[in-house]
Write a protein that binds this ligand. Structure first.
Ligand code: FAD
Length: 465
C-alpha cells in the first residue's frame, strides 16, 4: 500500500479529533484522520448523545404514566402508556446515525482524508494503520493523539454476562426488571434515573457518603430527593463486592459493615473512565505523563516536538466540549496561529432529574482559593416560569469576590437548567461582575431570571424575594 504523507495526522475521531480535523480542513491544512471504530467517538456513538436520547424518551414515558394515574394538577388525564423499547433504541440510533454522517460530510468538505483502522506509532512522525486491506503507513509533520477514554472495570466485577457498561446499557434489547447501578456519578445517575422512569426497579450503590460526590451537597440534595420520589433506592457508603455464584445478585458491604444481597438482572458499572493510553504504541514515544494522563502544556503540546494530545487522554474534566475546544485550538496552532488555552471555566452538567449545572468555582473551591466571597442563591419557588413548568425545586447560586464583585462561579439545580450553562459560561468568560448580570435585562418569564435575581440578591437588593 502506498505511503501517505500529510501535514497533520489526527488519531481518533471523537469530539476532540474530529473537530481538530474539521477546523484543520477549513484552514486548508492537508489532514488525515484515523478512526478504529466509528466517527464521532464515544460522545456521539455511546456517550453524550445516545444517553440524552434515552433520558428524553424515559422522561416522556414517565410523564405519560403520571397522567394515567389521574393525579396531574394540570387537569390532563390519559390512558396508561406502553413502551416499545426496540423502537426507542432505533430512534436513538437514527439520531446517532444522522450526527455521525454529518461529521463524515464535514470532514469530506474540508478535504480531510479518513482512514479506518487501528493506528500505532512507529516513531513520533510515523504511524502504521491496520486497515481491512492491509497496513497503511502514514508520515506526518505533526500528529494529534485524540484516543479518548474507556469505562473503568472493577477487577472482581468484570464486564460480561449481567455486568454491563454504559455502552451496553444504551443498547439493551429488554428492560431489566431489577437494575443495580454501581457508581453514583453523573453517568450512573443519568442512566439509572432513565431506567427507573421506564419501569425498572433501580438501586444505586455508591462508596462515598453521598451521590454525585464531585458536587456540593446543596446542589445534589434535590437530585437525591427526586430519586427517592421515583422509587430509586440509594445505598451510600456501600461497596460492591462481587456477584453471587449464580450471578443473579450483587453482594454489597453496607455503611454499617453488613453484607447484603441485591437481586439484579443487570449490574451497570459506572465507576469512572480511564484515558486510553495503551494499544497505540506509546512505548515508541517519549511522552511525559501526568498520572494516568498524557501531560500537555497550554498549547496541548506533549513532551515530544510535533506531537499534540487533546481530549479525555489529557486529563479532567473528561468532557466532550473540553475536547472540542482543545481540538479547535490545536488545528489553529498547526496553521501557524497564535493560540493558547486561556479558558476561565469549563461548564459541567448532570442531566439528572433535576439537572445540575456547575461553571467555575463552588463556594468551597472559591474559599479554598483564598478569596473572600459573597454567595447568594435564588430559589425557583420564586420564579414564575419554573412554576408554569412544575419545576419549582432548585435554585441558581452565584459566587463572587467580596471586594470587586467579580463572578467566580455559578451553579444551578432545577428542571431544564442545562440550557443556562451558556449564560453562566459567557458571564464568567467575559469577566462579568455582579453589577453586569444585575444590569442585563433578562426576558420574562424565563428560568434565566433566577440568574439575574441571584446576582441582585448577592448585591443585597433582590426584587422577587
Ligand atoms: P473519544 O470520544 O473517546 O474518542 C476517541 C476515539 O479514538 C474513539 O472513537 C476510538 O475508537 C478512537 N481510537 C482510540 N485509539 C485509536 C487508535 N489506536 N487508532 C484509531 N482510533 C483510535 N461528555 C459531555 O461533555 N457531556 C455529556 O453529556 C456526556 N455524557 C456522557 C455519557 C456517557 C454514557 C459517556 C460514556 C460519556 C459521556 N461524556 C459526556 C463524555 C464524553 O463522551 C467524552 O468526554 C468525549 O467523548 C471525549 O472525546 P475524545 O475526543 O477525547 O475521545
Amino acid at each position: 500500500m502506498k505511503e501517505i504523507q500529510t501535514k497533520l495526522l489526527v488519531i481518533g475521531a471523537g469530539p476532540g479529533g474530529y473537530v481538530c480535523a474539521i477546523r484543520a480542513g477549513q484552514l486548508g491544512i492537508d489532514t488525515v484522520i484515523v478512526e478504529a471504530k466509528k466517527l464521532g467517538g464515544v460522545c456521539l456513538n455511546v456517550g453524550c448523545i445516545p444517553s440524552k436520547a434515552l433520558i428524553h424518551a424515559a422522561d416522556e414515558f414517565h410523564a405519560a404514566a403520571q397522567l394515567s394515574l389521574g393525579k396531574s394538577p394540570l387537569g390532563i388525564s390519559a390512558g396508561a402508556p406502553t413502551l416499545s423499547l426496540a423502537k426507542t433504541i432505533a430512534w436513538k440510533d437514527q439520531i446517532v446515525g444522522r450526527l455521525t454522517s454529518g461529521v463524515s460530510a464535514l470532514l469530506k468538505r474540508g478535504k480531510v482524508k479518513i482512514v479506518v483502522g487501528v493506528a500505532r506509532f512507529r516513531d513520533g512522525k510515523t504511524v502504521a494503520v491496520e486497515t481491512e486491506t492491509g497496513t497503511q503507513i502514514i508520515r506526518a509533520e505533526s500528529v494529534v493523539i485524540a484516543t479518548g477514554s474507556g469505562p473503568v472495570a472493577i477487577p472482581f466485577l468484570p464486564f460480561g454476562g449481567p455486568v454491563i457498561s454504559s455502552t451496553q446499557a444504551l443498547a439493551v434489547s429488554a428492560l431489566p426488571e431489577r437494575l443495580v447501578v454501581v457508581g453514583g456519578g453523573y453517568i450512573g445517575l443519568e442512566l439509572g434515573t432513565a431506567f427507573a422512569k421506564l419501569g425498572s426497579d433501580v438501586t444505586i450503590v455508591e462508596a462515598e457518603p453521598r451521590i454525585l460526590p464531585l458536587y456540593d451537597a446543596e446542589l445534589t440534595r434535590p437530585v437525591a430527593r427526586r430519586l427517592t420520589e421515583l422509587g430509586v433506592k440509594t445505598l451510600t457508603g456501600a461497596k460492591a463486592r462481587g456477584l453471587t455464584p449464580k450471578g443473579d445478585a450483587l453482594l454489597v458491604d453496607t455503611e454499617d459493615a453488613k453484607e447484603i444481597r441485591l437481586p439484579a438482572d443487570k449490574v451497570l458499572v459506572t465507576v469512572g473512565r480511564a484515558p486510553l493510553t495503551e494499544g497505540w504504541g506509546r512505548e515508541e514515544l517519549a511522552l511525559d505523563m501526568d498520572g494516568k494522563f498524557i501531560r500537555v502544556d497550554e498549547h496541548c503540546r506533549t513532551s515530544m516536538r510535533g506531537v499534540y494530545a487533546i481530549g479525555d487522554v489529557t486529563g479532567e474534566p473528561m468532557l466532550a466540549h473540553r475536547a472540542m475546544a482543545q481540538g479547535e485550538m490545536v488545528a489553529e496552532i498547526a496553521a501557524g496561529r497564535n493560540r493558547s488555552w486561556d479558558k476561565r471555566a469549563i461548564p459541567a452538567i448532570c442531566f439528572t432529574d433535576p439537572e445540575i449545572v456547575a461553571v467555575g468555582a463552588s463556594p468551597e473551591e472559591a474559599r479554598r482559593g483564598g478569596a473572600e466571597i459573597k454567595v447568594a442563591l435564588f430559589p425557583f419557588t420564586a420564579n414564575g416560569r419554573a412554576m408554569t413548568k412544575l419545576g419549582e425545586e432548585g435554585f441558581v447560586r452565584v459566587v463572587a469576590r467580596a471586594d470587586n464583585h467579580l463572578l467566580l462561579g455559578v451553579q444551578a439545580v432545577g428542571r431544564d437548567v442545562a440550557e443556562l450553562a451558556a449564560a453562566f459560561g459567557l458571564a464568567l468568560e467575559m469577566g462579568a461582575r455582579l453589577e453586569d448580570i444585575a444590569g442585563t435585562i433578562h426576558a420574562h418569564p424565563t428560568l434565566g431570571e433566577a440568574f439575574h435575581e441571584a446576582a441582585l440578591r448577592d448585591l443585597g437588593h433582590a426584587l422577587h424575594i
